[in-house]
Design a protein around this ligand. Structure first.
Ligand code: GDP
Length: 295
């Protein structure tokens, strides 16, 4: 068993490194290890099959087998295919001209939603948009305060209503306030739970149905591996997602889970969070992520 996808792939590459000239059998052994590493990392079967078909075709050619450094060739081929399945790239946030665009962020508690609301506000300000935050996470009173603190730091208005128990009403009032104040992008910070539950999903579906956000982004914690995949699957069944933001990729996490999250949701990865600071949000680059997985 491998600790992670990265470890598994490294073992596969090691198995053919230093062999000099490779036989087809050597290469097949290496490829089998690549496949095993991906399956053990819970990359879905279909993704692995497609991935392996392409990698095998590229790796079994004479050009690779007869090259002086077949090991490096295989790394290059795997890198290229990882880029393919992590794409296509679409890191834009579509903003409607002359109207208010509503973005809804959802995810498990602790995934980094509130922080990401702040980071997106900062990014939007840099793009000359006029963001407005709505504190619709009524599960965690600290989240409301956290959003106000972020808003103050950024000079971005924040709407909250401590007396209101219904997040739909908070969102509706927040959007109205944003229009009144001339903001053009509203970001809804919704509630999370430590684990998926029906109540949470019902609440999010209500917000989605009644407020009709233009974009729904799922925030997943890159440190949580398979949990990120399970939560992505649950949120994806309940909501029509438009993008994924994976946080906490400043730590040791290599981000292998993103392959499965991407497959489960079939939506573009928009951004990655690379720290607690408000500027630690990067537009997603498949090349960078593929390199990180192979580090
Ligand atoms: P929420 O419950 O989903 O709203 O999560 P929070 O935004 O409160 O974030 C939970 C914790 O993760 C906080 O301590 C954040 O500072 C931290 N956090 C969020 N994004 C990142 C990130 O990209 N990198 C790191 N290292 N920490 C992050």
């Amino acid at each position: 068993m491998f600790e992670s996808l990265s470890d598994g792939l490294q073992s596969a590459f090691k198995s053919i490194r230093g062999k000099g000239k490779l036989t087809e059998a050597n290469m097949r052994d290496g490829l089998q290890m690549v496949e095993q590493a991906m399956l053990e990392a819970d990359v879905s079967y279909q993704v692995v099959q497609d991935f392996m078909a392409k990698v095998t075709q590229a790796a079994m050619g004479q050009k690779v087998l007869l090259s002086l450094r077949p090991h490096e060739e295989l790394v290059r081929i795997v890198h290229q295919e990882l880029i393919e399945i992590l794409g296509p790239v679409d890191v834009s946030i579509p903003i409607k001209a002359g109207q208010v665009t509503v973005l809804m962020l959802c995810g498990l508690q602790g995934a980094g939603k509130t922080t990401t609301c702040g980071k997106l506000s900062q990014l939007l300000k840099e793009q000359k948009a006029s963001p407005f935050l709505v504190a619709a996470d009524l599960q965690r009173p600290a989240a409301i305060q956290q959003l106000h603190t972020l808003g103050e730091q950024l000079g971005v208005p924040v709407y909250s209503d401590l007396n209101e128990q219904d997040p739909v009403k908070v969102c509706r009032a927040g959007v109205a306030k944003a229009k009144e104040q001339g903001a053009n992008v509203v970001i809804l910070d919704t509630a999370g739970r430590l684990a998926i539950d029906d109540e949470l999903m019902k609440q999010l579906c209500e917000i989605d149905k009644k407020i009709g956000p233009d974009q729904v982004y799922l925030v997943v914690d890159g440190m949580t591996g398979q949990d990120a995949v399970n939560s992505a699957s649950a949120f994806n069944s309940a909501l029509e997602l438009d993008g994924v933001i994976m946080t906490k990729l400043d730590g040791d996490a290599r981000g292998g889970a993103l392959l499965s999250v991407k497959h489960v949701t079939q939506v573009p990865v928009k951004f990655i969070g690379t720290g607690e600071h408000l500027d630690a949000l990067e537009a997603f680059r498949p090349e960078g992520m593929a390199g990180r997985i192979l580090e």
